[in-house]
Ligand binder design. Structure first.
Ligand code: FES
Length: 416
């Protein structure tokens, strides 16, 4: 069923398939984009079900395949997926924390035709990296980074930025350079799923952001073409919304671990929409005919101010999921837009982040620095003599209410 004004014959794509092949992950990142209730979902697709899905999407014209999670390497059939989908003609990209990437596996991926490995770090320091992921993984990730270079993959480093690590931006960039990264993605946390749960702890202040951008620009000038650095600003600080997913169901097909097909990572939460499962339907029907994928194509669904806005073909009214999360109605304009009557919901958060930062600055009488082999971290407001412990303990102390949420852990770090 198509909505009026969106002719199914004109539906192209998808071009890009993101396969969340498992929600399992050994890390417990505070900004994880796994759904907060992922533990209640049905069983993962089998290898054959995944390959059938990839084949059907390829027949529709998909050219890029991201194998992600959770942590995709928690599955032992990734080598088969890489080899088979490369033969289908996909450019295949592995999006990983690095945990589980042994030399044997990377050799098999090379043999199978894997195009690119995107490795994530949480910070340039062992202490904060390990705190933010609630695991001791920094050293392991560093070894994996070397392995990726040894196997002559372009190094694509991803660091999610937020209030807790954004002041380390210079050290993060220097770490990327020392590792020989060709691409660095500094993506400020977007507030969905676990990042939404932890938004008040994660949102940077405007001065933090401005400083980070300035340092990034200076770094870009210094390294020139040697390294491509992407700096993604949190959209709460913009006055126009992002063109989420390049428009609803125009380009991007997300398939969740349990087989649910979605036009974006977060659409499962939207009320009133039913999304199909690749176990029950082929990708052609899902993409071209299913009501969920047709719901926000075109512009018939738009309300004012989007409906009459001259920029609606540029940003498509922003993000449907963010509009729903913040206003309760997915057909509203994304409140990031300053034309939205709900824009105050975003500016209030910006103001709160500014006040939190000011409060912190006022309480800065001393600083703590924990020296690692290569660099030091600075945790303002924490006295070294009072707190000789790990950064994890110190950061818990910074959160007065001690309510930061880790997927799979309670707020004290115990496994749930
Ligand atoms: Fe769902 Fe933006 S994340 S439309």
């Amino acid at each position: 069923m198509q909505k009026a004004g969106s002719d199914s014959k004109k539906v192209n794509g998808p071009l890009w398939v993101n396969a969340e092949i498992t929600y399992k992950c050994p890390l417990h990142c505070v900004f994880c984009y796994n759904p907060v209730d992922y533990a209640t979902f049905g069983p993962e697709l089998t290898t054959d079900e995944w390959l059938k899905t990839f084949r059907e999407a390829r027949e529709l014209g998909a050219v890029q395949l991201g194998l992600s999670g959770g942590e995709p390497l928690m599955r032992d059939d990734v080598e088969i997926m890489v080899a088979e989908t490369s033969k289908m003609g996909y450019y295949v990209n592995l999006i990983t924390s690095g945990i589980g990437l042994t030399e044997k596996r990377i050799a098999a991926f090379k043999e199978g035709g894997l195009g690119q490995i995107q490795l994530s770090f949480q910070d340039s320091t062992k202490e904060l990296n390990d705190f933010l992921s609630s695991t001791r993984t920094f050293d392991l990730k560093s070894k994996v980074a070397k392995l990726i270079k040894e196997y002559e993959y372009p190094m694509v480093l991803n660091v999610v930025l937020h209030r807790l690590n954004i002041d380390h931006i210079e050290e993060i960039l220097n770490m990327a350079e020392a590792m020989g990264a060709e691409h660095v993605e500094l993506a400020n946390s977007q507030y969905y799923a676990w990042a939404m749960e932890n938004r008040k702890h994660l949102m940077p202040s405007r001065p933090q952001l401005e400083r980070a951008e300035e340092i990034t620009n200076r770094f870009r000038e210094r390294v020139g073409n040697k390294m491509k650095v992407y700096f993604v600003v949190p959209d709460y600080y913009a006055d126009r919304p992002k063109a989420c997913m390049n428009g609803w169901a125009t380009t991007f097909l997300n398939v969740a671990a349990d087989g649910l097909a979605l036009p974006c990572h977060e659409a499962r939460m939207l009320p009133g929409l039913e999304f199909p499962n690749v176990r029950d339907h082929d990708v052609r029907w899902i993409w071209q005919e299913s009501p969920g994928f047709s719901a926000y194509r075109g512009d018939d669904w738009m309300q004012e101010p989007c409906r009459s806005c001259s920029e609606k073909t540029k940003d498509f009214g922003g993000c449907r999921c963010q509009a729903f999360m913040l206003t309760g109605d997915a057909t509203n304009a994304d409140p990031v837009c300053d034309k939205s009557p709900h824009h105050h919901l975003v500016t209030e958060q910006v103001e709160l982040a500014r006040n939190r930062n000011r409060r912190q600055q006022r309480s800065r009488r001393s600083s703590y620095s924990a020296t690692t082999r290569t660099r030091a971290i600075s945790l303002p407001g924490i006295s070294k003599s009072r707190h000789p412990g790990t950064a994890a303990h110190l950061l818990h102390d910074r959160f007065g209410d001690r309510r930061i949420s880790f997927p799979g852990r309670d707020f004290r770090g115990r496994t749930r």
